[in-house]
Write a protein of this length. Structure first.
Length: 432
């Protein structure tokens, strides 16, 4: 059966309707920016160059520990996930890469999957291992940890799984591997803090040795959850220490939901840049914990401030500065395709706004100790509606001026609900 795809004709038709207003808004914004000495075309180029990877696990409807309310037409396997990624890429244009998760996306035939992706203009970003749940038939349990488990056999199994992820990634053309472990304790005394960290490093050294020379390994820390008292890789300091112990191919991945409340994440980003160990991001937003809400939905100013640090480093010509941008979200009540398109747009918005910061003026206000005007300089960039720049970048790249509008009018999800009948086995709680 041929699978439904959104055609270029539909996008062109939708764009035709929105073009006149976009041109008007774009022209006006161009004039406003010129007054500030900024050329709008330069910002369109920046927006067109912006890239963020989509997480395969974000394409199905997510769930909480209480329930999952599946949407219609959800992808049932990795091929259908790639179809949805292709749809996002077609409309939003900034998302040509997909981050896979093993074993959820383990391909029977990696070459075939690679070809399927390439035919849709997609490639594979970082691989992700999973030692936070047991798989059917797995000899040892991860209930009390994986790479840091007290039992060497469990550690060996978890290491072997990570090596398998790298092997699959090699066949798919990936160039990086992300390790997030759920290891930790729920009770004081349960775990020997120092020994657990030693075991982590021992395990990671084994994985590091298997990395191809042009790969990077990303260490993802997390304050708490699923362990609620202590986590082995709990903060950026621990992550930084481990990355330096491992070597130049290891660096620290910042997931925006993995910090203590009110922590200054943009400052952590600046520190990691300065120390040469910023691997990249799992973008999302959070109100209370690792909520995995849509990027920019709760704290857009924080997102802007993070991009302000990134753009500052980019413009400074920081050596070897190429952070990997990935989304890591769970869409419980929205259509995942819509959320991912919107989130990719929110990241591009923050990125372009950060490019609007008058850095000479900011430097002078910092030097002259003028906090009010320093903030004002940032705020001027943050409050500029760069929407027309983002829409123009999408249109010129063949995407949709209004991705969600075009997506809805295509009837994609309804058509997928016919192509992908719901399976009763997928109603349980938890993430997909
Ligand atoms: C878990 O909290 C981490 O954010 C992981 O990066 C990610 O959500 C997971 O690997 C996907 O299952
Ligand atoms: Zn993450
Ligand atoms: Zn997380």
């Amino acid at each position: 059966m041929t699978q439904f795809e959104i055609g270029d004709g539909l996008i062109a038709e939708q764009n035709r309707k929105a073009k006149a207003w976009l041109d008007e808004d774009y022209e006006h914004l161009g004039r406003v920016l010129r007054r500030r000495g900024v050329e709008i075309e330069d910002l369109v180029k920046r927006a067109q160059a912006f890239r963020v990877a989509v997480p395969s696990w974000g394409l199905g409807t997510g769930g909480t520990r209480f329930a999952r309310f599946p949407g219609v037409g959800e992808p049932r396997d990795v091929y259908e996930k790639l179809e949805d990624c292709a749809t996002i890429f077609k409309l939003a244009r900034s998302t040509p890469a997909v981050s896979l998760h093993i074993p959820w996306d383990k391909p029977d035939d990696a070459a075939d999957l690679k070809q399927f992706a390439e035919a849709r203009g997609l490639r594979f970003d970082a691989m992700n291992s999973n030692t936070f749940q047991d798989q059917p038939g797995q000899p040892r349990s991860y209930k009390f940890g994986s790479l840091t488990h007290t039992d060497a056999e469990v550690r060996r199994q978890a290491i072997a799984h990570n090596l398998e992820c790298i092997e699959i990634g090699k066949a798919l053309g990936s160039k990086s591997h992300t390790v997030w472990i759920a290891d930790g304790g729920n009770f004081p005394g349960q775990m020997h803090f120092r020994r657990a960290l030693e075991r982590y490093l021992e395990s990671l050294h084994e994985i590091y040795k298997a990395l191809p020379s042009d790969w990077r390994i990303f260490l993802e820390h997390k304050l708490y959850e699923p362990a609620f008292y202590s986590t082995v890789i709990n903060d950026w300091g621990t992550s930084y220490y481990c990355a330096t112990q491992l070597g130049p191919q290891a660096a620290c991945l910042v997931d925006l939901g993995h910090h203590a409340p009110n922590v200054n994440i943009e400052m952590i980003v600046a520190r990691l840049i300065q120390l040469g160990k910023l691997a990249g991001f799992h973008f999302n937003d959070s109100k209370y914990g690792d909520d995995d809400l849509d990027a920019g939905s709760i704290k857009p100013f924080q997102l802007f401030l993070i991009f302000n640090e990134l753009v500052d480093a980019e413009l400074d010509g920081t050596p070897d500065f190429h952070p990997a941008y990935m989304l890591d979200q769970s869409h419980n009540v929205t259509d995942p395709i819509e959320s991912l398109m919107m989130s990719a747009g929110e990241l591009a918005r923050a990125y372009v706004q950060a490019h609007l910061v008058d850095r000479d003026a900011l430097g002078e206000y910092q030097q002259g100790n003028d906090p009010l005007m320093a903030l004002q300089t940032l705020k001027q960039a943050f409050t500029t509606d760069v929407g027309p720049i983002l829409a123009m970048a999408r249109r010129r790249a063949g995407g949709a001026i209004d991705p969600v509008g075009a997506y809805r009018s295509s009837g994609y999800r309804q058509k997928k609900s016919v192509e992908r009948p719901v399976s009763a086995a997928r109603l349980g709680a938890g993430i997909v």
